[in-house]
Ligand binder design. Structure first.
Ligand code: OSB
Ligand code: MG
Length: 368
């Protein structure tokens, strides 16, 4: 594999709704898109960093810097076997996982396109469709939340995840559970609680949640293990798992009974697959998280989620929930709670350049 040219775009796409979590609010999805030009075809990768370092320490500006100054020069014009070599090529560069993942995913897409196979086949996936749920942000009222849950249950989504924060937890879960006694229900705190708030988390025990996602701080692996012994709801880790090493420790000390895998958070598809394998060996089911991605990142997530231990519905719901118009074809739409894997080569979708150009606000080109 040899890259002739890499194009880094800065893209802005308006969201159809305001997405509110315990850490912030998004109305416009602002992200970097990587195009890796191999000559005959291009591979695409989406960076899931945000403008502000609230979910992780990375930002669009820090990712653009890491890519432009260090990551792109590490691969451009070099000849290497394929995406599995990427980790070795960028090994001296610490952190910057979302920036790395954007470029690495583009290399996987390119490799799969050059071989004429779906990305799923390169990764070792085993399914044609993946079960999906939705992640619902904090809503202005309990009625608004219940109506939103009803809409998505009717659409066939397989799991409903509610964002919570201290003071907006038990009442919200109880209101939804009362109206929907048997749906697969989960909550996500995005690290908003401390160990001192264990009673509020224990109060969720009666509601038969499938899991409680990332209640405590990013660095609090040990604290999660302690909390797990004091509440009945299984803990799922998101922000705390940045690598296979993190997953291995979490499994060993009992910090997680479920793991949310996000390609960007862990530095790429190869590391995501290693975490998948480690969790499988430890008997920990995983699912594919989302970061409000456009069709490029969303498609890659769908291919990843075809691996066998993705045993719970992911956050990769229909792109039309988020965007009036996506930048890829065919549209990524769930059918009765399942997302079909787009069957073409690579990530299986085509970037529509005319549309992408309309959402591109800046662009930088690097040539070998
Ligand atoms: O914690 O899973 C999260 C979105 C942005 C940042 C963090 C998270 C999320 C979501 C949305 O929950 C998932 C999606 O629908 O893409
Ligand atoms: Mg989460």
């Amino acid at each position: 594999m040899r890259l002739r040219r890499i194009v880094l775009r800065r893209v802005e796409m308006p969201l159809r709704f305001r997405f509110r979590t315990s850490f912030g609010e998004t109305t416009v999805k602002q992200f970097l898109l990587v195009e890796a030009d191999g000559g005959d075809s291009s591979g695409w990768g989406e960076c899931v960093a945000d403008d502000a370092p609230l979910y992780s320490e990375e930002t669009n500006a820090s990712a653009a810097h890491a890519l432009g100054e260090f990551l792109v020069p590490a691969v451009l014009g070099r000849t290497f076997e394929g995406p599995e070599e990427f980790a070795r090529l960028v090994a001296p560069i610490r952190g910057n996982r979302m920036a790395k993942a954007a470029l690495e995913t583009a290399l996987w897409d390119l490799a799969a396109r050059e071989n004429g196979v779906p990305l799923r086949d390169l990764l070792g996936g085993v399914r044609d469709r993946v079960p999906v749920g939705v992640s619902l942000g904090l809503q202005p009222s309990l009625d608004a939340l219940r109506d939103l849950v009803a809409k998505h249950v009717e659409e066939g989504y397989r799991r409903i995840k509610l964002k919570i924060e201290p003071g907006r937890d038990v009442a919200l879960v109880s209101a939804v559970r009362e109206r929907f006694p048997s749906i697969d229900l989960t909550v996500d705190a995005n690290a908003a609680y401390t160990r001192a708030e264990t009673p509020a988390l224990r109060a969720l025990d009666p509601f038969r949640l499938d899991y409680l996602e990332q209640p405590l701080g990013h660095e609090d692996l040990w604290e999660h293990a302690a909390l797990a012994r004091e509440i009945a709801t299984p803990i799922c880790l998101d922000e705390s798992i940045r690598s296979e090493a993190d997953a291995r420790v979490a499994a060993r000390i009992g910090a997680a009974r479920v793991v949310n895998i996000k390609v960007g958070r862990v530095g790429g598809l190869a590391e995501a697959r290693r975490i998948h394998d480690t969790c499988a060996a430890a008997g920990i089911p995983v699912w594919c998280g989302g970061m409000l991605e456009s069709g490029v990142g969303r498609a890659a997530n769908i291919h990843l989620a075809t691996l066998p231990n993705f045993a719970k519905p992911g956050d990769t719901s229909s792109a039309s929930r988020y965007f009036e118009e996506d930048i890829v074809d065919p549209p990524l739409e769930a059918q009765n709670g399942e997302m079909p894997v787009p069957p073409g080569p690579g990530i299986g979708v085509t970037v529509v350049r005319e549309r992408l150009d309309r959402y591109t606000v800046a662009q930088e080109e690097f040539s070998a």
